[in-house]
Design a protein around this ligand. Structure first.
Ligand code: ZN
Length: 137
């Protein structure tokens, strides 16, 4: 496995509406996409920083893992995950599993922006929730 680049950084926020202006200021680029991912109970907003993106994640309900993350963080957001771009998520998962890395997702699934994604368990990744992403064909 050799990721080509950091696809995005996922940052949990309590409110997209309140944080989008700050990230537009910080990145000097307009938020180019807002998308709800019902599956993960989040609303996402995206910014480009070169080849890498910033993905803001706002929980859509209290049961969302993002809501729980914010709660653990004392009600504040923070860096939630790092996402690596790989050629093939299924192959990357097999590689990780063969090397003793604990998986959250045994199978690739659909994420925001129509990417194919899978998560690795933070227990195996130095405490940093790690996502693998594959660009749509
Ligand atoms: Zn992500």
């Amino acid at each position: 496995m050799k990721p080509s680049h950091i696809e995005h950084l996922g940052i949990a926020v309590t409110s997209l509406e309140q944080t989008i202006p700050f990230f537009e200021l910080l990145t000097g680029s307009k938020c180019y996409s807002i998308e709800e991912v019902a599956d993960q109970k989040v609303k996402t907003a995206f910014f480009k920083v070169g080849q890498t993106k910033i993905e803001l994640l706002e929980p859509t309900c209290p049961e969302s893992t993002i809501a729980k993350f914010i709660e653990k963080n004392g009600g504040r957001g923070g860096v939630h995950h790092v996402a690596f771009n790989v050629d093939n998520v299924a192959d990357a998962l097999a590689y990780c599993e063969a090397n003793g890395i604990q998986l959250i997702d045994k199978m690739p699934r659909k994420g925001a922006e129509n990417l194919t994604i899978a998560f690795l368990h933070p227990k195996s990744t130095c405490g940093v929730l790690t996502e693998l992403c594959q660009q749509p064909k």
